[in-house]
Design a protein around this ligand. Structure first.
Ligand SMILES: [Cu+2]
Length: 464
């Protein structure tokens, strides 16, 4: 009896093993299981454990999508779906995205890889995915109606092509594009070179993010998709300062930052304390003879830029869009200029009647950073972010590059605020202030004696 029972037990194990291998063959024929990410934190780089090795990118407040190898093909599974994105602490937006987030996960492959992407549509309307910048068969380009039928809700489509060009790319819908991009559907794509490349340097840190914009009224959660120009939230990877993580590097690191613009306007992206070169676009690497040093690079709509620099200056360096309105968060529109007007009492009265009433400070807008009025729920202040010396008075497309001597290689965690060496911080002058020497109009006859504007009417123009 005992031996008989043991025999069945063994047979059961053996049978189980056979079943398991059969299941795995079935599993490879089925879809790769979708991986979801719900945290808005910057995830550590995904070091590849299959295929050719490479130095993976770090997606700012994002992550890289895991894949599986199936007979030499890299298989990914994107799920287009409604998501809740924390755009900044205390402010959640109801967006559309992929695999639990907006933007969707970064896809990283190697030049020459055969890639198969399953796209499951869990949106309430049809979609399609365009692989911006890729060389691929025309029928894989993802323009709904032109290259393929739309992916209806509940359906899954398969895209398959070889990643022919190394470089910086992105993906986004090409079906009801205006709605779907205004709702946050987009993602980054990086194709690493398969071997040493004359125009693609190896770097110590490789960051990437997308520029995006939303119009969400203070207190609301869903973007107004009909907005064309008047966006009120300027974001990097659907995060706004102070919700955008810092870029943390080690002193002496060679750093690459890849940026794609899927907003409706251009963004001059500016880095403090260092000079960079644009080393590539979504069209490929930039020839060395066409590179020059800059501290700001303008990224137009639908463009991508990758910049590189040597992080050789310690500190907390501002890194932001140079359009000053893009380093602000949601505010009421048609806000009158109130410089010189003390309206604090009035504002308190109006706030009782209109809870989300906002006015400009009477000394400038810096007052807004320490505003005494209550904000509506689910709203981030227009200008905020505590620094070591007080409010940074920023919002939107703003972050910092933190360069530290003791940041360990491969460590991307935030080192805290920079500790300035003694005598290297701007300080208050406490000595005697003399009267400024003014040039009197009479004593300088060559300068105009009046600043009044001279207006010559068109009627007075003789016309010859
Ligand atoms: Cu901008």
């Amino acid at each position: 009896m005992n031996s008989r029972r043991d025999f069945f037990k063994l047979a059961g194990i053996a049978g189980g093993a056979v079943a398991a291998s059969a299941v795995s063959r079935v599993a490879m024929a089925a879809l790769p299981e979708p991986v979801l990410q719900t945290k808005p934190d910057t995830m550590p780089p995904l070091v590849p454990n299959t295929g050719r090795p490479y130095n993976p990118v770090v997606t700012l407040n994002g992550w890289t999508l895991p894949w599986r190898m199936n007979n030499g093909v890299k298989e990914f599974h994107l799920v287009a779906e409604p998501v809740v994105r924390e755009m900044a602490p205390g402010f959640k937006a109801h967006l559309w995205g992929y695999n639990g987030q907006s933007p969707g996960p970064t896809i990283e492959v190697v030049e020459g890889d055969r890639v198969r992407v399953f796209v499951t549509n869990k949106l309430p309307e049809h979609t399609a995915v365009h692989w911006h910048g890729q060389r691929l068969p025309n029928g894989m380009d993802g323009v709904s109606g032109l290259n393929q039928p739309p992916i209806q809700p509940g359906k899954t489509f398969v895209y398959e092509f070889v990643a022919r060009r190394p470089g910086t790319f992105m993906y986004h819908p090409h079906a009801d594009e205006m709605t779907q991009m205004a709702m946050g559907m987009m993602g980054f794509w990086v194709t690493h070179p398969k071997a040493k490349h004359a125009l693609i340097d190896e770097v110590d840190r490789d960051f990437c993010f997308l520029l995006n914009a939303y119009d969400i009224e203070p207190g609301a959660a869903t973007p107004k998709i009909m907005t064309m120009n008047d966006f009120n939230l300027w974001s990097w990877n659907s995060r706004i300062f102070p919700g955008i993580d810092s870029l943390n590097v080690r002193l002496g690191d060679k750093v690459r930052i890849r940026i794609g613009n899927l907003t409706m306007t251009n963004h001059p992206i500016h880095l403090h304390g260092h000079e960079f070169a644009v080393t590539g676009t979504d069209g490929g690497p930039t020839p060395v003879s066409a590179r020059w040093a800059e501290v700001t690079t303008d990224i137009a709509v639908g463009q991508m830029r990758q910049v590189e620099f040597l992080a050789d200056e310690e500190g907390d360096w501002a890194f932001h869009c140079h359009k000053s309105h893009h380093t602000m968060n949601a505010m009421g529109h048609n806000v009158p200029t109130m410089i010189g007007v003390d309206h604090r009492g009035i504002a308190r009265q109006v706030t009782k009647l209109i809870p989300d009433y906002m006015v400009m400070g009477e000394r400038g807008m810096a007052d807004m950073a320490e505003m005494e009025m209550p904000l509506p729920d689910n709203t981030t202040p227009m200008m905020t972010g505590e620094g070591p010396f007080g409010s940074v008075e920023m919002g939107g497309m703003f972050s910092t590059l933190k360069v530290r001597r003791d940041q360990k290689p491969g460590n991307y965690s935030n080192p805290g605020w920079f500790k300035h060496p003694q005598g290297t911080v701007a300080y208050e002058w406490t000595g005697v202030l003399g009267e400024p020497a003014r040039i009197e109009p009479d004593s300088a006859p060559s300068t105009p004696t009046s600043v009044e504007v001279q207006v010559r009417k068109p009627a007075g123009h003789s016309g010859h």
